[in-house]
Ligand binder design. Structure first.
Ligand SMILES: Cc1cc2nc3c(=O)[nH]c(=O)nc-3n(C[C@H](O)[C@H](O)[C@H](O)COP(=O)(O)OP(=O)(O)OC[C@H]3O[C@@H](n4cnc5c(N)ncnc54)[C@H](O)[C@@H]3O)c2cc1C
Length: 402
């Protein structure tokens, strides 16, 4: 898909013939809200943003040191054009800020050859002409002995995959948004929003802010009981869930840094997401078979992974990851908001004119966050976007007029 937007060299500011500068309120500057603030500011909008914490914090969906970026996508091939544009936007953010954020160290997807998710990766890559390589177990063993591939399994190498540091990425996007004039109210919880004339009034930190359009990007707080958004979104079936992470010391850390070691995802029994060494010592393993208990309010997250999670992670490592010591050196728990169908809610909030809802990224929203930020800027500024995001329309879960 050709981007409907100016190239990075075109510089910030409204497009020729654009409508007057709208005042856009972004509620939540975690992952998606920070990117929305950046993209809207790049397009010349006046951005006023709020967060109960500050961009780059680790208590919501952006914590945990690293995020996988991949282009060959088991969640569905219609994401591929969005992922390709997202890669360009990661590079634009790097160029604008001078920070290196996305390391394309390659990605391996491993699983039973006949698993529908593996078929989707291969067929999607073929349909979109992605540079990729399907490896036999023998080929994989030569190149990536740290990720054994069994009989009846396939490994797909995606060279346009890699790793992003979430805290660095969000700090960079927030800095760029502020450089362009965005105002980010840190440690300022939004207590309520109400329709006022053709716009919206936001109450935060004891003050009222009048805005033309709103973006709700509350992540795992979106469905938390007692918050202003709870009533708006209660019928969508959203659920905040814990996502535990475990770090295992590498037997040879230098062999597992980005470059020799790609990011890896295994589907099937004791599946995992696994990262290169980012801290000089250990490899982060997200054990997919571990339980992901519901959490009412992200403030209630436990500080460490539960014993059953640790047991599952140890078994995952024992079966599949010979380059790691068998016991984790640290564990932590984060949260994301999951929708019933595993796809985000991104688009106009039914029944609330001028409000863009951006939530429910269901464990896979980070890699696409700059692109989602651009989509949100389109919707908030123009009321429409040229990107194909029909499958994310909130109306599918909230009804036409909630
Ligand atoms: C551990 C973990 C690993 C993951 N791994 C990957 C991966 O490898 N690749 C990938 O693509 N995706 C991954 N994901 C998913 C991805 O990180 C999330 O989908 C994405 O970060 C969701 O962002 P968000 O903006 O919806 O939520 P958040 O980033 O949590 O942002 C929500 C923000 O809203 C603020 N807020 C809430 N209520 C209020 C209020 N009333 N007033 C003001 N501010 C408020 C919060 O403080 C927070 O900053 C992972 C997620 C987790 C948790």
């Amino acid at each position: 898909m050709t981007s409907p937007h100016p190239s990075p060299s075109a510089g910030p500011g409204p497009r020729p013939g654009a409508r007057p500068r709208p005042r856009i309120g972004v509620i939540g500057t975690g992952t998606i809200g920070t990117m929305a603030a950046w993209r809207a500011a790049e397009r010349g909008a006046e951005v006023v943003a709020f967060d109960r914490d500050a961009p780059g914090h680790d208590r919501g969906a952006a914590g945990g040191e690293s995020r996988i970026f991949r282009t060959a996508y088991l969640e569905g091939r219609r994401y591929i054009p969005l992922l390709q544009r997202a890669e360009g936007l990661w590079r634009e953010l790097e160029d604008r800020t001078g920070h290196r954020l996305l390391d394309l160290c390659g990605g391996l997807s491993i699983g039973p050859t006949d698993d529908p998710r593996m078929r989707e990766i291969v067929e999607g890559a073929e349909e979109y002409g992605l540079d990729h390589r399907v490896l036999t177990p023998e080929e994989a063993a030569k190149r990536f002995p740290q990720h054994p591939v069994g009989a009846g399994e396939t490994a797909v190498l995606d060279p346009r995959a890699g790793v992003v540091r979430p805290d660095a990425a969000l700090l960079a996007a927030a800095a760029r948004a502020e450089e362009l004039g965005a105002r980010i109210h840190r440690y300022t919880e939004v207590e309520g929003v109400e329709r006022r004339g053709a716009g919206w009034s936001v109450t935060a930190g004891g003050r009222r802010h009048d805005l033309d359009r709103l973006v709700l990007a509350l992540g795992p707080w979106s469905a938390a009981p007692g918050t202003f958004a709870h009533g708006l979104l209660a019928s969508a079936g959203l659920q905040a869930r814990q996502i535990p992470m475990t770090w295992f010391p590498a037997r040879e850390p230098d062999a597992l840094i980005p470059g020799p070691n790609p990011v890896a995802i295994r589907v099937g029994d004791y599946g995992y997401s696994c990262f290169p060494v980012m801290d000089g010592v250990s490899v982060k393993v997200s054990p997919h078979s571990a339980p992901r208990p519901a959490v009412g309010h992200p403030g209630e997250l436990p500080p460490r992974a539960a014993p059953d999670v640790v047991a599952t992670a140890r078994e995952t490592v024992r079966r599949h990851l010979p380059g790691l010591h068998p016991d984790p050196s640290r564990t932590a728990v984060y949260a994301d908001l999951f929708s019933p169908d595993g796809h985000a809610l991104l688009g106009p909030l039914p029944g609330s004119p001028g409000v863009v809802l951006a939530t429910g990224f269901s464990g896979h929203g980070f890699k696409l966050s700059p692109l989602f930020g651009e989509v949100i800027a389109d919707l908030a500024i123009d009321g429409e976007t040229a990107y194909d995001i029909g499958h994310l329309d909130p109306a599918r879960l909230l009804g036409a007029a909630a």
